[in-house]
Write a protein that binds this ligand. Structure first.
Ligand SMILES: CC(C)(COP(=O)(O)OP(=O)(O)OC[C@H]1O[C@@H](n2cnc3c(N)ncnc32)[C@H](O)[C@@H]1OP(=O)(O)O)[C@@H](O)C(=O)NCCC(=O)NCCS
Length: 219
């Protein structure tokens, strides 16, 4: 039987996630995709081929009806802490958070992957990294061997997470950045676009540049 799915989120990361599920369906036909829950469009409006069904706060109605969900709202780096708190309070069963691995992603067979994860087109992993729950890995990003990626981390396009790097909860790895092997990226830290990270990054720090330096703290 097909699994019913709604995407939490709309324009941007929500649509990118929807597109991954559509591509997966061309191969497995496992998802009955219903539409989006978003607060920035009204019910009945469309995003691509799929309708807006309701607001993000309606999520439990869909869980009660047996739906799976995929939450694309954790992409937003600056509001992520609040979004994580808000959705944790719903207590959505973990196994109802659908993971999407785009057919063009290359995932090493020893990679461990949690729930609610997205691997976008041409993203990849090498040997045995551990990927937590609600992690989004965008186009052409790479996670090297034995890296540990905690829950709610976002690894954006064309970035490179080196071997044995530990990216802690909620961190945002900016577009086209590189992280040297064996480093730790702190909780909810933000790595700026194009950064070359050669030292550990503290929790809640924003770093940018080559070599990357702290430009501000979020707390
Ligand atoms: C690093 C970042 C978070 C800073 O954003 P911000 O807090 O709004 O900071 P500002 O834009 O006010 O910039 C602060 C200073 O840092 C500099 N700066 C910002 N981003 C930078 C970057 N990526 N590399 C180098 N310097 C950067 C700015 O030029 C500015 O310098 P100034 O004070 O000398 O003028 C943001 O620029 C960034 O790179 N975000 C990641 C974006 C991303 O990955 N998007 C995904 C796309 S889908």
């Amino acid at each position: 039987m097909k699994k019913k799915l709604v995407i939490i989120g709309g324009v941007g990361s929500g649509q990118l996630t929807m597109s991954a599920f559509q591509e997966i369906n061309k191969i497995t036909n496992e998802w009955e995709i219903h539409g989006f829950l978003t607060d920035i469009k009204s019910p009945g409006e469309y995003l691509g081929h799929y309708p807006v069904l309701g607001a993000t706060g309606d999520v439990m109605k869909y869980i009660d009806e047996g739906f799976y969900v995929h939450n694309a709202l954790f992409f937003n780096a600056k509001d992520k802490v609040n979004r994580v708190k808000r959705f944790a309070a719903f207590n959505i069963p973990l196994d109802r958070n659908a993971t999407a691995i785009h057919p063009t992603a290359y995932i090493d067979t020893e990679t461990q992957i949690g729930y609610g994860v997205l691997f976008a087109p041409q993203s990849s992993t090498s040997f045995a990294p551990k990927i937590g729950n609600f992690v989004h890995v965008y186009n052409k990003a790479h996670i090297a061997h034995d890296a540990i990626i905690d829950d709610y981390v976002t690894i954006t396009g064309q970035s490179y997470v080196g071997a044995r790097v530990h990216v802690k909860e909620g961190a945002h790895i900016g577009v086209n950045s590189s992280i040297r092997e064996d480093l730790t990226i702190g909780t909810y830290a933000i790595i700026g676009m194009g950064a070359v990270v050669v030292k550990d990054v503290p929790d809640f720090a924003v770093v940018a540049g080559n070599p990357a330096k702290v430009i501000k703290m979020l707390l």
